[in-house]
Design a binder for this molecule. Sequence first.
Ligand code: BGC
Length: 827
Amino acid sequence: MLHGRGIWEVAGCERLAIPEWTLSDGPVGVRGRKMAKGLMMPAPIAMAASWDVALLATSGEAIGQEARDRKVQVLLAPTVNLHRVPTSGRTFECYSEDPHLSARMAVAFIQAVQAQGVGACIKHFVANEQETDRFIISSEVAERTLRELYFVPFEAAVKEADVKAVMGSYNLVCGTQACANHWLLTDVLRDEWGFSGFVVTDWSALHSAVEPMLAGIDLEMPTGGYWADGKLAELVKNGDTTAAALDETALDEAVITEAVIDERLGNILRFLDWAGRLQGETNHEETLVERPHHTDLARKAATAGTVLVHNRKGLLPLLPEKGLKGTQSIALLGPGSQRPCPGGGGSAELGLRDSPDLPTALREHLGKGVTINQLPCLSLDRSAPELPQQWLSPEGATLEFYAGRSISGEPALIQTNAGVPVMLFGGNWPVEDSYYLSMRQRLSITPDVSGPWRLCGAGMSDVRLFADGQLVSDNRSDAFSLGPGLYAAEGIVNLTAGQPCELVLEHTSERQHLRFIVSDIRADPVLDSAESEADMQAGVKAAADADVAVVVVGSTAHWETENFDRSTLELPLHQDELVRRVIAANPNTVVVVNSGAPMLLPWLDEAAAVLVNWYPGQEGAAALADVLVGAAEPAGRMPVTWPYCFEDTPAGANTPSTHPGIDGKVFYSEGVLIGHRWLDANKIDPAVPFGHGGSYTSFEWDEPELAGEFPELIVRVNVRNTGTRSGSEVVQCYLSHSYLSHSDLSQIAESPNSGDSPLHPPQWLAGFTKLQLSPGETTTAEIPLNFRSFAYWNTNNHDWSIAPGTYQIHLARSSRDVAFILETQVT
Ligand code: BGC
């Protein structure tokens, strides 16, 4: 009962009539055991862009309801690591760069999921801000920084939402495995914050048996790890001798006793009782109910998070109340113009249900008189077909297995296989007594078509593909997702019809901990460059011929996914060129950025209008059509800074030490200056500031008022919709502290953990509220502040303190658009 018995299931106990139970990803919907296509909400970054706590609650309720239908007891969500690295592969899956915004989103979501009787599992605890080397990197992060930034959403989830499960992350924190870290999992999580749920490992995150259990892990996932197959019983029976033998790190004193097992099991049983699993429930049949109001919610949520970056020429919305401003033809261009990519890759990936595409959705709003000319112009698709069957030789492939994480010494086993792909896991694991296996796969292909072919070597972990002895692809240096869990690299090889080519795929797990081997080789004929140019030209011509051009550019699950970081902030392939050529052909061009993370927008000022619709989920096309024509407003505000270049961000400030790491360590040397705080401190202009977002209407704010006794203050401001359309305004409240002069700022970064330093970031987000206003309506925004809003983590007494001095309270529309400043004195 303390380890998985499959990828998603945990055993119950027949004797005690406790049924088995299920954990399932998360966070945009529920995968369930069958991975059937269910509700797919917008990516968490898009949800956070709504700055709408109530919307997060409604979404949590819908996803929790679906988890119940699908007999899932634990939803592996939310993901609350912070956007420290804008190229991180899981940026789309996390809410924000800001700890306060992330915490508010997480608490609302968790409370609503758990109100459905489904446990939420907040992840990944902690300092898991990058995918590169995620299994082996140590995040070197100071105590104060952990407390003020990376702990914040977890702490709030425990204290305010009574979250039922926490997932330990793969990485190390200051040299200790996060899943074997007693200070994190017991001292802070349980003893200090009062966590009463259970702690689960990330999938295959353990490196040993004893230390993690003593540190505070309750459940090892999935099957086949350190605690399965009677290994734990042996440990209890034999005490430390067996423990030392099994462990990578031998522990002299550590012994797992029955009392420890009871405590771990107690944590799980208490959860099962809460989830109603101890009351004789036997029905595990998954049902999939499609609820129309969930479809409506997904559509509304996608518009709520869409950010209007600018609308300089007032081109949007295309269909104000009276007609289409004379628009008779629209060129709908770009790789996302048929259907915006709904979500990112990895464990958060879900199958897409039937839903309208963008031309269809637009057509529903526009009369027959308007022509829509849709052309993709280029493709972001990196998938590749399987190797043609007729290329494979009848001998099949030879598989050489090496016991260990690299290919060295004599093979432990040699097998033949019919061809590719190979999938080894659990029951068909070929070398029983070896936890890690590396594999070299050899096969001969005889192509029947001559020419340049794109060959992809793909696997669950590190793969290198060679053709006739030459390295073709190495996913350790350049990787993309070929589907959930399959990471590929590609290279071009000239093949000659009738001439055999020897392929070798090496699969190692030096940087991995998954006890899975999946490997595949795929091949695709290389596109003729003249054809690509013709596709681009067709798009540019369509733009020139139309009244308005809408270009949907961005990325996809092939480019943004778990397991690796993007190599650049640029839009993939020739998308910038496409945008520039379309703008040159038609000044009335709206650019829509359909990505899960910040991108560089070198043409930002030249476009007539720019929208960011993120990864918008299953109803993304309908929602985008709603926003384009004005049936809905783009109600989002940036939950992350969009920089002009990677070097402008804390992760890019001192590479490779600040990202992706050096000698197995990544240094969070910016301290508490994450995201917009870093740019403020270093006086760097962002391309799009944190908190920024335009509107189709306009607002006026009155002078704000401050009520209450420090630190329990309430900031009030009246906001009036002065435009002619309904719209929403996000009132943001940032604090700053007088002790800080700009010359002091570098000290924070250099010594983030410097004792009782009262230095704060130049400003930090302390509260916000979102208002919905009809034309002419006035409402009062109320933002409560409290002790923690003003406090910093004092590393002298390891507790929260408030520094004396003057605090400024900024009422703002974004981190760079402050409307009013109030002051309060603290002695
Ligand atoms: C991810 C987790 C996920 C788990 C199960 C891991 O690789 O890091 O977020 O919940 O797989 O799919």
